[in-house]
Design a protein around this ligand. Sequence first.
Ligand SMILES: [Zn+2]
Length: 298
Amino acid sequence: MVRTLESLLLGVCFLSALACARSAEQAAEPEPPAGSAEESYSSMAPVALVETGDAVIAPPPGTDPFYQKYINADGIVIVSSENVPDAALIAARRTVLHMLSTRPDIHQAMLPNHPRISIMAVAETASDLPEFDTGADGQWGLGQMLGDPTTLVSVRGVCYEGNAEYRANFLAHEFVHMIQNLGWPTTDPEIEDEIYSAYLAAVEKGLFAAPVDEPLGIDPYDAYGDDEYLTHGVNAWFDLNETLPGPWVDVQIGGSGPPSGTRDQLRENDPVLYEIISRFMPETLGDLMDPCVPTESE
Ligand SMILES: [Zn+2]
């Protein structure tokens, strides 16, 4: 296990999409009146869609002025402040398009739910972004739920050429949560139950540690241990074997979890999860990880 001082200090974790309680209050916030004479921004309002190709542009009118950079991944908006390199947004766009490449139906199902990713610079904390309050500070990733405005991803979790701060693929992790929350209710409504069953079996076999604050056997839609089990499995599916921080250990020790393992290990140890992941993920991440060195080298 690799655990750095930085991760301990920041209390890094991936908050489960389903464990995130902020959506209810924020969803009730009214949108600004159309045609208002004064400039008015709502962090909850969907950011407008404009075509970008693979170029980073200034955000369209109506976007909160915190955001100075914008790219559109076929309806999935990716934004950041001026402090995030263009290369991060371009790599994020390529990554999410690639991750959806075998399931265009999931991509389409997500679009009415206004999928968005906010990339956070190294010098920023979550509450610097207009959608998050100080309760989210210390988080490097928060997956967008239905009714939420955006996903939070630290630039430390985006692999691109020249990213000396890369730590682990937070982007892939949170994007799996976005697929779960924004796509599957339409395309794969039964899959969460399957994942929960696989999760219970994996915990029973000692393959995965359940969160200490969540009893086993609760309603899968109220649980987050199974969500992190899934994202951990996707990390192995892509052979990343990264040490991903996660709430299942964060609540116990405040640090990073064990490495996710490899594709071969996943196939051998947990063929049920392997099969589930095969239904919605491409075989590899292609060349997307080429610029990034494993965190184990730290
Ligand atoms: Zn997570």
